[in-house]
Ligand binder design. Sequence first.
Ligand SMILES: Nc1ncnc2c1ncn2[C@@H]1O[C@H](COP(=O)(O)OP(=O)(O)OP(=O)(O)O)[C@@H](O)[C@H]1O
Ligand SMILES: O=P(O)(O)OC[C@H]1O[C@H](OP(=O)(O)OP(=O)(O)O)[C@H](O)[C@@H]1O
Ligand SMILES: [Mg+2]
Length: 281
Amino acid sequence: MLRVAVPNKGALAEKAAQMLREAGYRQRTDAKDLVCRDEPNDIEFFYLRPKDIATYVGSGDLDVGITGRDLLIDSGAPAEEVVDLDFGRATFRFAARPEDVDDVRELGGHRIATAYPGLVERHLAVLGVKADVIRLDGAVENAIRLGVADVVADVVETGTTLRQAGLVVFGEPLLRSSAVLVRRTDAPAHPQSEQLLRRLHGVLVARRYVMLAYDVPAGLLDRASSLTPGIESPTVSPLHREGWVAVQAMVLSDDVHRIMDELYDLGARAILVTNIHACRL
Ligand SMILES: Nc1ncnc2c1ncn2[C@@H]1O[C@H](COP(=O)(O)OP(=O)(O)OP(=O)(O)O)[C@@H](O)[C@H]1O
Ligand SMILES: O=P(O)(O)OC[C@H]1O[C@H](OP(=O)(O)OP(=O)(O)O)[C@H](O)[C@@H]1O
Ligand SMILES: [Mg+2]
């Protein structure tokens, strides 16, 4: 039975569970449950603090897990990213009162408060900066107000928390993070883990693509196909109406309106878009 770590609360929890549900797995119905077995799929989910997930996976106690890229790097655990799950996007940044510090070259000798000391210390080593890293559990923005630190290094999504604390980011982001599936480095192949990966990939594709169908005069098929090449190639079927064909192809949902306009201008008609519920490519 595959053992999978899932965030039990916080920014990643609900979206991780939703993605697993879309991939056809059973998920807990009570937020207080810490384990959920899905017998038909031979898989068991353990709900854990996102910060601990890379540690459980790195030690081999759990086979795979969903956590943030920033938390994976912070842990230093022997685990690796398998796939970017395309949610929980955030940057990890330095911030301070602009009159105190506004450049990474000024970091040396300052006190940096963070809940991600592993990530920050590794980054400072790369920059060749010696600073005092102060380990806190959360609400690190308050450390400056309370005189405990001069700089914070923290997750920034909308920037609202920093703005409300009168802090301003500086330098390039240390990292661009998002939710990722992780497994132990050099983990042996496991059939259920390959299945999980294929299903999650199917969800990612189903979320990014739509199915486009249209009718077009056969003489315009080559030009229409170049607008909708699909993944392998578009499906083309004869129409009862002489000289016309029906075409079906997957297109990126971000592009679909531009493509529909171009197909219409070319002479295609009955252009229909449908959502993809699930897929295996
Ligand atoms: N707006 C956000 N705030 C915090 N974390 C976010 C946000 N958006 C995405 N994330 C990601 O979520 C993960 C952190 O999750 P979470 O906030 O649940 O953990 P935590 O801060 O360690 O836990 P807690 O705040 O409950 O003590 C990180 O990977 C982070 O990059
Ligand atoms: O840029 P924003 O959209 O404001 O989001 C980022 C903030 O949210 C997180 O805090 P969280 O709510 O997880 O509390 P914590 O500091 O206790 O972890 C993070 O640590 C930042 O403080
Ligand atoms: Mg948090």
